[in-house]
Write a protein that binds this ligand. Sequence first.
Ligand code: ZN
Length: 414
Amino acid sequence: MVINIKKMVERFERYVRIDTQSSESSETYPSTLKQLDLSRLLVEELKKMGAEEVELTEHGYVFATIPATTPAEVPVIGFIAHVDTSPDVSGKNVNPYIHANYQGGDLVLKDDPTQVIKADENPALENCIGHDIITSGGTTLLGADNKAGVAEIMTAAEYLLAHPEIPHGKIRIAFTVDEEVGTGTQHFDVKQFGATYAYTIDGETAGEMEDETFCADTVTIKLKGINIHPGYAKNKMLNSIKLASAFIDFLPKDRLSPETTEKREGYIHPHSMQGNEEESIIKFLIRDFTEEGLIEKEDFLKDILAVFAKKYPKMQSEFILDKSYRNMKYIIDQHPQVTEYALEAIERSGLEAKKNLIRGGTDGARLSYMGIPTPNIFTGGHNFHSNKEWISIQDMGKAVETIINLAIIWTEKK
Ligand SMILES: [Zn+2]
């Protein structure tokens, strides 16, 4: 398989130069209209390369089809990436630089030499000796998250469209908006997309596939005290602000927090608090990889609340539980071929395939629960949401091969 690497890189550079930063504070959908600048370009390019059913939906999703080249009945497979970049770091006037034939050591970023990608902080660089590495100039993010995924899917699409002799089933492509602000699937019409299984191309290290996300809930605890004019409050006032701070102080300090956990460990994370003497509201993010673990943590909060209720009989309280999302593994494991084929596709592209887990949620997790099992595949990018983002061109090529291999494998094994 000979991928047109030069064209892939040109494509990637073209996409990262378009500012598509999404916004958390927006009321519109998509959250920023500039995301559509890239979406519209993708529609044009898809049409030019001969894709079918190319459309920009009213909510800003790009959908397209690579028609089947075999009459055999093969499930429709989808490939998904997002056009927006993180609100954390500017994506305006991105200058991509290629550090050709990397020979080890630190990478100094050219527009701001105080920005250095350190070799000892980036162990993955060691696997990229001899590779060509793309970074930003250091004053912006690069936008490999997720424009690498977009460029890789586009390159694979062009390859498949140019090689109708390769037998594959119908393939659907989606480029979504607002993934970085957590609403990438809000208006995603699963029926209109029409894929039975899909892959987001939005991971990091070459060779990795992710089929696990957190299970997530939010808990809101309202603590009601008694408010009296402070001049006449003796033995009467029950200040809810003090109740709330005592409640937070009750949480373990050496475990169960984002700052003290890693890998498979979950946490209870107070992320917002507001209040006055009368009432205080604390909001918690609850995370774990299993539902049982989630329930355990929620029960732990309930137990603390029970202790408080006993200690302060005049306090009134409310415990509100909101379900957020679940580990996609519960769904994906019901369709083991989805991950099996992905691992095989990665191996066929010459990499060691590795399963990983995501300490967060993904659009793929939401899609999995909307009916399309959707694990996540590497792009080759690193240091997402940072001006020290970097990506190896050779690894990007492997991602393109993996996408093409997946189309082939699903057809072979139908
Ligand atoms: Zn992403």
